[in-house]
Design a protein around this ligand. Structure first.
Ligand SMILES: Cc1cc2nc3c(=O)[nH]c(=O)nc-3n(C[C@H](O)[C@H](O)[C@H](O)COP(=O)(O)O)c2cc1C
Length: 288
């Protein structure tokens, strides 16, 4: 327990670049902290994505635990509207790496695709002789949220076991081919891939926005955005400067290139993942 103060201070400095003295507040609530939950919280505060793994396999036992943890996530109305495709076949992993344009995916010890899934609920209605009446945008969103919560729960479980992981939105780059590769029927859509293995690289913690931007008291208020973002850009730059400026031939070379400039340049271009609406409508969703 004596390490409680330093765990939080170090983690919060790494994550937010903030020097905080949390000792006295934490002392007041020290009844809540045990070594186990301190470890759990500090794992979350210090989490980071990994993309390079050793050749060591992830055992079947660990895989079972990871899936069980993912399935323990909360789910809208207990409907559990997601499916997970576990890619084991090397030819399929290679094909997936190609479709995502990420070569290293094929070497990933664990390679999963988390999918939103309203087909199961449709089939349940069918099995019970009722007609499904909820082919709505809300159902799409519930299924996407269920899948995302299951995926992030798996991430946290994997990381607490010492595994490294990364989510992969690039599975939505070539949706039709991806759906064919995974044999996805109507009502099932990929939200993200998930890779995991034993880390084989050093990664920094990625600094997050300050809570003054993300957390709003009683009502939404972003009047401080501009000044707070400037500070955030500077802090991030000090910890981990961005070396490559996006599309400098079009946008010029900025003398100071921070997170917000990088985000703005990314979002000023069309995304290559933006064909989802057509894909979903072809897959039996009614999103018009
Ligand atoms: C839904 C989702 C999709 C992501 N897709 C990709 C991806 O396609 N490629 C990639 O390298 N990282 C991907 N990431 C990882 C993010 O880039 C990473 O979480 C972010 O940069 C913050 O870094 P951190 O996880 O180390 O804190 C994704 C993360 C999420 C949550």
């Amino acid at each position: 327990m004596s390490d409680m103060k330093s765990i939080f201070e170090v983690s919060i400095f790494d994550r937010f670049g903030l020097e905080v003295s949390t000792g006295s507040d934490l002392h007041a609530c020290s009844n809540y902290f045990t070594d186990e939950n301190l470890g759990y919280i500090s794992n979350i505060l210090q989490r980071r994505s990994y993309r390079r793994f050793t050749d060591q396999e992830v055992s079947e036992e660990l895989r079972t635990i990871l899936v069980s943890c993912a399935q323990s996530a909360s789910a809208k109305s207990d409907l559990q509207q997601y499916s997970i495709i576990d890619l084991r076949d090397q030819a399929k992993k290679d094909e997936m790496a190609k479709l995502c344009d990420i070569a290293w995916l094929s070497e990933s010890p664990v390679l999963l695709v988390f999918c939103g899934d309203i087909r199961r609920a449709q089939r349940l209605c069918d099995m019970r002789g009722l007609s499904y009446a909820q082919n709505t945008l809300d159902s799409f969103m519930n299924a996407a949220i269920d899948a995302a919560l299951a995926m992030q729960t798996m991430v946290l479980a994997a990381e607490s076991l010492g595994l490294g992981c990364c989510c992969i939105s690039q599975v939505r780059k070539r949706l039709t081919e991806m759906a064919n590769l995974l044999n996805l029927p109507n009502g099932v859509f990929p939200i993200a891939g998930f890779v995991a293995g034993w880390p084989n690289e050093e990664r920094d913690i990625s600094q997050r926005l300050p809570s003054s931007i993300v957390l709003h008291q009683d009502k939404y208020d972003d009047s401080n955005l501009s000044s707070e973002i400037d500070k955030y850009d500077r802090r991030r730059h000090e910890a981990r400067p961005l070396r490559n400026q996006i599309n400098s031939s079009k946008y010029g070379t900025a003398s100071f290139y921070g997170w917000s400039e990088n985000v703005a340049r990314r979002l000023a271009e069309n995304s290559d993942l933006d064909n989802i609406k057509n894909f979903l409508n072809e897959k039996g969703f009614d999103l018009t």
